[in-house]
Design a protein around this ligand. Structure first.
Ligand SMILES: [Mg+2]
Length: 174
């Protein structure tokens, strides 16, 4: 049993940097897996990210990004240049909610759009947020399952992903 929606933070969740402070545009593709910025800083997704996306896509899970980035144009460029499953990563996101709001607001906005645009009324209890910042655990106040990523060196790992699915399923069976 998969959640209906998985929400990903961006910085230190999908990639190991703050894209609004560590990246100096312009950004170019070095390959479909690596981007390189003006100062020759190279960036990729954390290594398990493609595998996790492929599993979610195969199981019809809606994918949302929620980010407080101050550089949405850079983030969008990174998601366009970096590929997952032979497609720009950005194509795999059903909805993107970015801006200086809380993750709770981002998720509420995404769920409203899912309801309006897809006619799907999904409860917050069917949503998992993956995020490196502990303060975003406050999404649990609306019922979202929070999966914390404690180590910025490894970010979102397959092990963390599986453990989050396991605890999500356990909670659902209570
Ligand atoms: Mg983050």
């Amino acid at each position: 049993m998969y959640p209906k929606v998985v929400v990903f933070d961006l910085d230190y969740t999908l990639w190991p940097c703050w894209c609004d402070t560590h990246i100096s545009p312009p950004v170019k593709a070095k390959s479909t897996d690596i981007v390189i910025d003006k100062r020759k800083f190279e960036l990729s997704f954390y290594k398990d990210v493609p595998k996790i996306f492929e599993e979610l896509i195969a199981n019809d899970v809606l994918i949302v990004s929620a980010s407080r980035t101050c550089a949405p144009a850079v983030a969008r460029k990174l998601l366009t240049l970096l590929h997952i499953n032979d497609q720009p990563a950005i194509d795999h996101f059903d909805f993107m909610e970015w801006g200086t709001f809380s993750k709770t607001k981002h998720i509420k906005a995404a769920m409203d759009r899912i309801k309006q645009e897809m006619d799907l009324d999904i409860p917050f209890e069917e949503v998992i947020l993956f995020d490196d910042e502990w303060r975003n655990k406050d999404v649990e106040s609306i019922g979202v399952h929070f999966a914390h990523l404690p180590n910025e060196d490894v970010g979102l790992t397959y092990d963390i992903f599986q453990k989050a699915l396991f605890s999500y399923r356990e909670k659902k069976q209570l």
